[in-house]
Design a protein around this ligand. Structure first.
Ligand SMILES: Cc1ncc(COP(=O)(O)O)c(C=O)c1O
Length: 249
């Protein structure tokens, strides 16, 4: 990945290609860190406050040191000029730190990958894969931790099967979410999306679509829906701060 800029708590702007996290940080050793990925449009972060709220909430569930929100805002302000009023991807990471040691906050700026626009234009293909319906708190429902190895493996499996993305379904074929997206589909003027009580991530983009749908002439139904309902839709799409695609069919 090409990196445009990196700012680190206690250090400010640093060379983005140099190491920034200690080798004994629990983020590395045990995946104990929370993160956010959001899009910069014309040099401005989209819904930064909502992403910082979710970062704080994830850190609390993961029992990380409390997120120092003001410092994360300062780090964001340091890297933003490197977007040069254009579009970019901002990653905010808050680690557990070494045992008993201070957490590390990171703001990392990178270019928007080219494939996103390509896939958006041609439409995405998705395959359904078994996912976890995370009802129990220790399965971390709705938490954005850096323990995303399973999500990344699901994306790799989807690609192995010739698709662009995966749709997680539970053992009863209830539609959950994508590895890094929320799932939506449309029948006539109604949009359907899985409800948050399924333990899925409360996407910031999902909340924005919910807010705007009415003004655009759509009603929205949130709930527990089977895969057959998704397959019978007029069209389907995913929502996420950075990647966003519509179905190929
Ligand atoms: C599992 C999962 N669901 C949904 C989303 C979409 O969330 P947002 O719209 O806040 O980017 C993400 C984004 O990273 C995700 O990782």
């Amino acid at each position: 990945m090409t990196l445009l800029a990196l700012a680190v708590t206690g250090r400010g702007l640093v060379d983005p290609h140099e190491p920034a996290v200690r080798a004994d940080d629990e983020a590395l050793l045990r995946g104990r860190a929370a993160f956010e990925t959001l899009r910069i449009y014309a040099g401005r972060p989209f819904c930064l406050d909502a992403h910082l709220d979710r970062l704080e909430a994830s850190a609390e569930v993961l029992a990380l040191p409390r997120v120092e929100r003001r410092r994360m805002e300062v780090l964001t302000g340091l890297v933003l000029p490197r977007a040069e009023q254009g579009d970019a991807v901002l990653r905010l990471v808050w680690t557990a730190g070494p045992q008993g040691g201070p957490p590390t906050g990171l703001a990392l700026l990178s270019p928007v990958p080219d494939w996103i626009e390509d896939v958006r234009l041609r439409g995405a293909r998705a395959v359904s894969l078994l996912g976890v319906r995370a009802a129990a708190p220790w399965l971390l429902p709705g938490v954005k931790s850096t323990s995303y190895a399973v999500n990344m493996a699901a994306e790799a499996e989807a690609r192995r099967q010739g698709a662009d993305d995966a749709v997680f379904v539970d053992a009863d074929s209830t539609v959950l979410e994508g590895p890094t997206t929320n799932i939506w589909w449309r029948r006539e003027r109604t949009l359907f999306t899985p409800s948050l009580d399924l333990g899925i991530l409360a996407g910031v983009t999902r909340a924005t679509v919910l807010e705007l749908a009415g003004d655009c002439g759509y009603t929205v139904e949130e709930g527990h829906f089977g895969l057959t309902e998704l397959l019978a839709a007029d069209e389907a799409f995913t929502s996420a701060g950075v990647s966003f695609a519509r179905s190929a069919t």
